[in-house]
Design a binder for this molecule. Sequence first.
Ligand SMILES: CC(C)(COP(=O)(O)OP(=O)(O)OC[C@H]1O[C@@H](n2cnc3c(N)ncnc32)[C@H](O)[C@@H]1OP(=O)(O)O)[C@@H](O)C(=O)NCCC(=O)NCCS
Length: 152
Amino acid sequence: MSRSWSRPTSRADVVTFVEITDEDVAHVVALWQTCGLTRPWNDPHADVARARATSTSTVLVARGGDGVVASVMCGHDGHRGWMYYVAVDPTVQGQGLGRAAVEASERWLAAQGVRKARLMVRDTNARVLGFYAALGYADQECVVLGKDLAPA
Ligand SMILES: CC(C)(COP(=O)(O)OP(=O)(O)OC[C@H]1O[C@@H](n2cnc3c(N)ncnc32)[C@H](O)[C@@H]1OP(=O)(O)O)[C@@H](O)C(=O)NCCC(=O)NCCS
């Protein structure tokens, strides 16, 4: 079943976010690399495959030109929903696509019955905190702890 989420942007366009298809995968990985979101210890293709493998997570993409111009990965545990890989092609940043991606993720999560949206920002990427503040996201006064359960 195909589902999509749209909102008018400041460019008076309609940006539509849809669930990723096989044809989008190479484009979305390239977008993440261009946006500096990939890390050597995370295989982005595996991240996409895992997100697509269950009904509680997905990757939403907005297509444009020959590829994907914006993305967000989202998933949930039934209580909290999380978003990752919020990315907008640098050539079209500042035109509302980032907001549209986050709002598309919020609608996807809400449609799954999730009431709380959460995300993590790396300390090295603090410049995006203003972006999330503009969208209503606030510091949750939590420290994220982690432990790798298997070698990367
Ligand atoms: C962060 C990112 C997704 C923002 O996308 P964008 O399309 O440029 O953002 P938008 O144009 O939708 O901006 C939405 C709002 O945030 C505001 N905003 C954007 N960046 C901001 C910043 N650094 N500081 C303060 N406000 C900011 C805009 O003014 C806009 O406000 P408005 O809707 O009230 O007018 C984009 O810059 C990006 O892909 N960055 C690289 C990848 C990345 O770091 N992702 C986040 C990982 S946690």
